[in-house]
Design a protein around this ligand. Structure first.
Ligand code: PNS
Length: 163
């Protein structure tokens, strides 16, 4: 049954990490199609433009054939209604993620009672990984090659070595 479900993995992906990629790969095995829906998180100041984030995601997922990378603006609940999907995928790394994710899942369900949020746990080697930390390490000249796909590593170098 779940094989017929279109699921949406929303996020800001600023930038994509191997942790995000792990969640994308896991969800691609559970659902017939996944839309990775990139948007602006108004609570964050993004480093990568929307176009850059989309390009890096497309490049990194090109071998997964049931994944589509799209963008949306406005409320996730409205976007889900538009594309007729009611399943949201989110990654849960640690207890510290839980409160925010719990609030978001319930808020989305309040906006549309059909929405179900499914939490996937990434490989334990990624549970400490975050885009914010990766950017800080790259900005300070550290090696991020084991945390992000090659194209993201190169883009981080371009961004921070120019400065
Ligand atoms: O990767 P992030 O930044 O943790 O993702 C958060 C995101 C983008 C999924 C969330 O901020 C979101 O859904 N934004 C769209 C606007 C919206 O629906 N806000 C209300 C969420 S309850």
């Amino acid at each position: 049954m779940s094989q017929e479900i279109l699921a949406v993995y929303p996020g800001s992906f600023d930038p994509l990490t191997n942790g995000h990629l792990d969640i994308i790969t896991r969800s691609s095995k559970l659902f017939c199609k996944i839309i990775v829906a990139v948007t602006t998180n108004y609570n964050k100041k993004h480093t990568f433009s929307l176009d850059e984030r989309l390009r890096l995601l497309r490049e990194s997922t090109k071998d997964l054939n049931n994944i589509e990378i799209l963008s949306f603006s406005g409320l996730l609940a409205k976007y889900l209604e538009q594309i007729k999907s009611f399943v949201v995928i989110r990654g849960l790394r640690a207890l510290s993620d839980f409160e925010y994710e719990f609030q978001m899942a319930l808020m989305n369900r309040n906006l549309n009672k059909k929405i179900e949020t499914i939490f996937l746990i990434p490989d334990q080697s990624y549970t400490f990984l975050s885009s914010t930390m990766v950017k800080e390490i790259a900005m300070l000249g550290g090696d991020v090659s084991c945390f992000v796909p090659k194209c993201v590593e190169e883009e981080l170098k371009n961004k921070y070595q120019k400065k």
